[in-house]
Design a protein around this ligand. Structure first.
Ligand code: 4AD
Ligand code: MG
Length: 514
């Protein structure tokens, strides 16, 4: 075997279409392999993309064909070959291999092509990250992160980071992770906001971007125990300017993903219609109006929330019936004698797809009556649950902003509406397609007395908040900000079923390794 070539600069698969006819060196891993007589097709991945590499006796010698035949999933390789235009291939090119050398073998790679259960994949997360779907999600996550910085930097915000060890709660004491700090009780930060407020008074406009921690002792598809939050804070800013900022910020990020992640969105099968409509103006409504819409007392564009759910319930029932019939029909066909191998595989594939549709439709059928029920019986004055968010957001094709919440159910630091003190000036952004809250924010209370009373009423230790109250004592100004949960954003943009796939190594109830 020849020595792998580490000297020649490798070409990124991503940019191969600029190298038609040239000889290039690629370094990567075997994502897939097919063999014919005297020919091997290797799907090579290098982290920037995927490329079909063809090894045959025609293009290289027998020795290299043998090497190609011997490789298995995830073997690492150095390949030298000529780039050829081939529109049928991903990326529009393929490689005629001249030389192929193994860098590291890979026997019995645990993640085979067949379907694996989610717990197995989670246990193999360190390897699962190599699969094409996870690759695409992580690249979209990266684009989101980069565009977040781009947005705030071009708008004149200064990134300043908040501490992770803290002495006080920010978002309610029930989700605090307790730890010890040189013998003193300490907590992992739930949010950088309070520090963000101090930093905004020093710099005008800041944003933090760091890990935050919430002990959530339940398994849901929206909650992580460790997640990344982006928290801008702006001096001389009210709730309405804050909403303007949220809207233009989210639109900027979505636009960048649509622009730079076409291949990735396509490869995970993301229908981008809703992302495109999210570039339009976000509806804004008060809590009161949102409640009327949820309860079916106010329509949106002529559509009534409860009536539309009832219609969906009957169409879903019919849909399930149709799926059952098609499965039965195909199973009957499969029972017939004399089917060709290809036909059997075709029907089996269809049945597998139909069964997945069936599971999803059955889930909808379980959910819709619950949504109707909780919408009808929504108690004015309470916070929205997941189903209330779904009922509301189904009526829109883009994120909606709900502001002016009953002050009792929101955080202690939110400013009261000066015109109606029953409400505090918080805002939640709810994403469409059933994703619900992705942003929480609001204008901050500046009245020292009211704020102290809130801290007291929330049973928070006053001594930890002295510094925070100082911000109201020395040159206090109206200010506002918000927090975007990075993983919630990635989950929505990629339309993932569960937040666990939106972060490289999720930390959540029952999951600390790998
Ligand atoms: O609504 P939250 O609790 O608001 C705050 O923490 C404020 N201090 C933000 C601010 O005004 N500076 O959290 C903000 C966002 C949520 O909207 C959600 O996207 C995300 O953080 N989030 C979570 N993401 C994943 N797992 C969890 N357990 C989350 N809890 C909140
Ligand atoms: Mg919230």
């Amino acid at each position: 075997m020849s020595a792998p070539d580490f000297q020649t600069p490798a070409q990124s698969i991503q940019f191969l279409s600029n190298c038609i006819g040239k000889t290039v060196v690629l370094r990567g891993w075997v994502a897939n392999k097919r063999e014919g007589k005297g020919i091997v097709f290797i799907m090579l991945r290098d982290g920037t993309g995927y490329c079909q590499c063809v090894v045959s006796t025609e293009s290289s010698n027998d020795k290299f064909l043998e090497v190609a035949q011997s490789v298995s999933l995830e073997t690492s390789l150095v390949i030298k070959g000529v780039v050829r235009l081939d529109e049928k291939q991903m990326g529009g090119v393929e490689i005629q291999v001249r030389q192929i050398d193994i860098v590291g073998g890979s026997e019995n790679y645990p993640i085979a092509k067949k379907e694996h259960g989610i717990e197995f994949l989670m246990d193999q997360r360190h390897l699962w990250l190599r699969s094409s779907r996870q690759w695409a999600i992580m690249r979209i996550r990266n684009t989101i992160i980069f565009s977040i910085h781009e947005y705030f930097q071009q708008a004149g915000f200064v990134q300043m980071d908040a501490p992770v060890f803290t002495s006080n709660a920010c978002e309610g004491s029930s989700t605090l992770f307790e730890t010890e700090f040189y013998g003193e009780q300490a907590f992992l930060s739930q949010s950088g906001q309070l520090y963000g407020e101090a930093m905004a008074m020093a710099m005008g406009k800041i944003y933090t971007f760091g890990p935050t921690f919430r002990a959530e002792k339940s398994k849901t598809r929206r909650h992580l125990s460790e997640f990344w939050m982006i928290e801008p804070e702006m001096a001389f800013c009210d709730i309405f300017q804050n909403m303007d900022c949220i809207e233009s910020f989210l639109q900027f990020v979505v636009k960048k993903v649509l622009l730079h992640c076409k291949t990735e969105l396509e490869s995970i099968g993301r229908d981008t219609k809703i992302l495109e409509s999210s570039l339009g103006v976000f509806p804004r409504m008060t809590y009161d109006q949102a409640v009327r819409i949820i309860k079916g007392e106010e329509n949106v564009g002529g559509v009534n929330s409860i009536e539309s759910l009832q219609i969906e319930l009957s169409t879903t029932t019919i849909k399930l019936q149709t799926i059952h019939e098609e499965i039965a029909m195909r199973e009957k066909t499969l029972g017939q004698a004399g089917l060709k191998k290809g036909e059997i595989a075709f029907h089996q594939g269809k049945i597998a797809q139909l069964k997945q549709d069936k599971n999803e439709t059955e889930e909808d059928l379980r959910n819709i009556p619950q949504w109707i029920d909780s919408a009808k019986n929504f108690q004015y004055g309470t916070d929205f649950g997941g189903s209330d968010e779904t009922v509301l957001t189904r009526l829109f094709d883009r994120p909606v902003m709900v502001y002016d919440w009953p002050h009792e159910i929101k955080a202690f630091y939110l400013k009261r509406n000066p015109e109606d003190s029953r409400f505090s000036r918080g805002v939640d952004v709810l994403a469409p397609e059933g994703y619900g809250e992705i942003v929480g924010g609001g204008e901050r209370e500046t009245d020292e007395q009211l704020l102290s009373k809130k801290i007291h009423d929330h049973n928070l230790p006053m001594e930890s908040f002295g510094w925070y109250l100082d911000l109201r004592r020395y040159g206090s100004v109206p200010h506002a900000g918000f927090g975007l949960g990075l993983e919630r954003m990635v989950t929505w943009v990629c339309k993932l079923k569960h937040v666990r796939e939106s972060i490289p190594f999720p930390r959540m109830y029952g999951r600390l390794t790998p």
